[in-house]
Write a protein of this length. Structure first.
Length: 418
């Protein structure tokens, strides 16, 4: 959930909670006030009746009852209560408040009972609730709108900087430019981010230079060692010595491939491929398959091609490396005699081949040197290079093992400026 949405939701529920509590308190306060006012009115009415009786006048007030009762009734406390009385005119029960109180007047005990209606409390309460709910809705809606635009304006620098951070790369030569703000916390955030990116960029450049220099420096000794081994192999050798030299040459070959793979990864990460242009991906796949045709026949692999012509804007070298690595991975793990498939359409392409489930964690599939197991002869950089090429062009690559098939799927996402 977005930060702006979260603040609006928090404000909404907080406001609702405050308004509910306030509404109940207001309702209770008004009810008590009206209750006390009615009680005072009944007491005043009872006092007027008492005065009339004491002056010997006949009481003829509406909703008033008087009767002479035994003296013992003086011990009864005044009773204030509400009751229902049937209204013949409206044909329904109406609510009334009753005050019943004994009084000693001119030597006689009178039980005086006065009544009054609820003075339309039900109507008042409905009107109060309606007005309160209407005001509450206005406060919540208007407050949420104001809060939304206010917070959006407040968070705008942060959101802009977040988008710039998503697009920023330490491999870029451009400096990270953040939107300024007059909020102290945002100023500190920008300062911390700038310092962090500068440190990361410096460390990245140092690592980049080290990788490039190390790879170049290693290549020359490797060539010398390979040449010397070739020269030694020309001399008469016994069986053990010949095997040692053969193993050394294989190790040198693998080390050379690792060195070239690391150089290629460094170039991909540094975007050192200016030869990008329109490329027929179907043609590239067919060329790579043709180059490996002898190996495919030798390993008795039934390769099925379902290709639709599709152009991409990419480096020819990177596309050859991408397809070659996927194809080599397929040939290394495909079951002989079974059908492997390469599909290409306008949405992406898929490499699928039958085989056994992975005997290592799937999360290490695209990790450099992640497949550490006995008997593994690869250089550990094929699929990581594929991953970097897809990342370079903002393509999505996924792997799954589905009903005995290893499936690598690459989806072409909308083109972006490189």
């Amino acid at each position: 959930m977005k930060l702006l949405s979260r603040t609006i939701i928090n404000y909404f529920w907080l406001t609702i909670g405050v308004l509910l509590v306030t509404g109940f308190l207001l309702y209770g306060f008004l009810y008590l006030q009206i209750y006390e006012e009615i009680k005072e009115q009944l007491q005043l009415q009872e006092s007027m009746v008492t005065k009339e009786i004491s002056q010997g006048r006949k009481v003829n007030f509406p909703l008033v009852k008087t009767e002479i009762v035994p003296t013992e009734h003086l011990m009864i406390n005044p009773v204030f209560k509400d009751t229902l009385i049937y209204d013949d005119i409206q044909k329904k029960d109406e609510g009334y408040y009753i005050l019943r109180q004994p009084r000693l007047i001119n030597g006689q005990v009178y039980m005086i009972e006065v009544m009054t209606t609820h003075i339309g409390w039900d109507g008042y309460s409905k009107a109060i609730i309606f007005i309160f709910v209407l005001i509450a809705i206005m406060i919540v809606v208007v407050g949420s709108i104001i809060n939304y635009f206010s917070n959006r304006k407040l968070l705008w620098p942060f959101l802009q900087n977040l988008e710039r951070l998503k697009l920023y790369s330490v491999s870029s030569n451009e400096k990270l430019e953040l939107v300024g703000s007059n909020i102290s916390e945002f100023k500190e955030f920008n300062l911390a981010i700038n310092e962090l990116t500068e440190r990361a960029k410096g460390e990245y450049q140092a690592l980049k230079e080290f990788t490039e220099n190390a790879s170049h420096e290693i290549q020359t000794p490797l060539s010398i060692v390979r040449t010397r081994l070739e020269s030694i192999s020309q001399y008469p050798l016994d069986e053990d010595m010949a095997r040692y030299i053969s193993d050394a040459k294989a190790a040198i070959g693998r080390l050379s491939k690792v060195n070239k793979g690391l150089l290629l990864l460094a170039k991909i990460e540094n975007q050192v491929f200016p030869d990008e242009g329109a490329l027929d991906l179907k043609k590239t796949i067919l060329q790579q398959v043709e180059q490996l045709e002898d190996i495919i026949k030798h390993r008795n692999i039934d390769l099925k091609l379902e290709l639709t012509a599709h152009e991409v804007k990419a480096s020819p070298l990177l596309m050859e490396v991408l397809i070659s690595n996927l194809l080599s991975n397929m040939l290394d793990y495909a079951t002989p005699g079974a059908t492997s498939t390469i599909k290409l359409d306008n949405n992406g392409f898929t490499f699928s081949n039958p085989g056994y489930p992975l005997d290592f964690e799937e999360s290490k599939l695209f990790t450099r040197f992640g497949k550490k197991k006995v008997g593994y002869t690869g250089n550990g950089l094929g699929l990581p290079i594929v991953k970097q090429v897809c990342k370079r062009y903002r393509w999505d690559i996924t792997y799954r093992f589905d009903r005995g098939y290893h499936v690598f799927k690459i989806v072409f996402l909308p083109a972006v400026d490189q």
